[in-house]
Write a protein that binds this ligand. Structure first.
Ligand code: PLP
Length: 397
């Protein structure tokens, strides 16, 4: 009998982290594994940011920062929201945390009561489900289709809302589908939300700058629901700073205050040094970010054109983030004489064990017909990985 709490027993291990662990184990055994399962840029943090952190150490930023973050950092975030997203958030409406992940968790714990419903469009970022469970909320899913670019419609949202609905969590650009909602699509969703005054929305915009179709659109721009939107962002993806652990949110002040109270008891604050580095990131020229985005676009095009050559893969064109999420259900029920592929999990394990490429089964994101490739890897690795996969799957045709 486990002595662990139900809370932790019911929490699933992150599938993406699990696949990375298995691929590391295979690598340790001498196999040349290409890891396309992780969601982090493979670039170096820009020099200007690294220098700011070194300077912060030397200048003695070694004490607890304010719980919600240094005021000049929060001012820089407020300026960023205005400059890049045309959103008005006062410093008192901004909370810095140890990553977008913590910001989302803070909000869920502050808003959701046991049994209240959290609406999650599929495919979702896997963490949304587990955070909902931690908050003792009930996940309610909206199924989408690759034909609609994996986006929900206002009608689908309306149909999912019940008197128990408390929160919607979604990302645009989306991990794992790479879909990006247009202003008109967001407006349609906002208009539905407007009719339900007790419903809140977490807009996860962590991939804002990895967007291949132009201007990023935030749902908080619609004034008629802004007092119910929590805009989440961070420095992990835009500035290749995943390990620095800095995220932030803009939210109505009463929600920001609640998150400050929660953080005050759980982490005290984010790291002082990382906060100084984040200040440099958010006040610098975005040229290095755009360079990374252009690299991602180049890699997407290579990966996409190769993947379209694999028989049975149905591929949408991701408009942002750094993932491709093909439908691979063509392979279900097929056998090479030794291995039978029953589902996306079987296919991803087959690919790992035979092509030595680590990817993630779509089940982790709520869609069991798909698999997720990250193209945050070098062009050579991407070309080699997809060639190997194509060859390994030939036996199933
Ligand atoms: N939101 C989404 C959709 C993500 O894919 C990720 C990371 O993979 C995060 C948030 C986490 O961001 P952070 O590193 O700021 O916690």
């Amino acid at each position: 009998m486990t002595k662990l709490s139900n809370r932790i027993t019911n929490l699933s291990e992150s599938e993406t982290i699990k696949m990375s662990r298995i691929s590391r184990e295979l690598s340790a055994q001498g196999f040349n594994v290409i890891n396309l399962s992780l969601g982090e840029p493979d670039f170096k943090t820009p020099e200007h940011i690294r220098e700011a952190a070194k300077k912060a150490i030397d200048e003695g930023f070694s004490h607890y920062p304010p719980i919600s973050g240094y005021v000049d950092l929060r001012q820089a975030i407020s300026d960023k929201f205005k400059r890049e997203n045309n959103l008005d958030y006062k410093v008192s409406e901004i909370v810095v945390s140890t990553g977008a992940k913590q910001s989302i968790c803070n909000v869920a714990l502050c808003l959701v009561n046991p049994g209240e419903e959290v609406i999650l469009p599929i495919p979702y970022w896997v963490t949304y489900v587990e955070i909902t469970k931690l908050a003792e909320g009930k996940p309610v899913y909206i199924h989408t289709d690759i034909k609609n670019d994996f986006k929900i419609t206002p009608e689908q949202l309306k149909a999912a809302i019940t008197p128990k609905s408390k929160l919607i969590i979604f990302s645009s650009p989306c991990n794992p589908s790479g879909s990006v909602y247009s202003k008109e699509e967001l407006k349609g969703i906002a208009e539905v939300i407007a009719s339900y005054p007790d419903l809140y929305i977490i807009s996860d915009e962590i991939y804002e700058h990895i967007n291949f179709i132009g201007k990023h659109e935030s749902i908080a721009q619609f004034d008629f629901i802004k007092d119910r939107v929590i805009t989440i962002n961070g420095v992990s993806k835009a500035f290749a700073m995943t390990g620095w652990r800095i995220g932030y949110m803009g939210a109505p002040e009463w929600i920001a205050k609640a998150c400050d109270k929660l953080q005050g008891q759980v982490t005290s604050a984010a790291s002082s040094i990382a906060e100084r580095a984040a200040l440099a990131a958010l006040t610098m020229d975005l040229a290095p970010t755009y360079e990374m985005r252009d690299q991602f676009l180049k890699r997407r095009d290579i990966a996409l054109s190769m993947m379209k050559q694999i028989p049975g893969f149905i591929v949408n064109e991701p408009k942002g983030a750094f993932f491709i999420f093909p439908d691979v259900s063509y392979y279900f029920g097929k056998t090479d004489g030794t291995n039978t592929i029953n589902n996306a999990h079987d296919l991803s394990m087959y690919i790992l064990n035979n092509a030595y490429v680590s990817i993630v089964s779509g089940d982790a994101f709520g869609d069991s017909n798909c698999i997720r490739f990250s193209y945050a890897a070098s062009e050579l690795q991407i070309i080699e990985a997809i060639s190997r996969i194509k060859a390994a799957l030939e036996k199933f045709h």
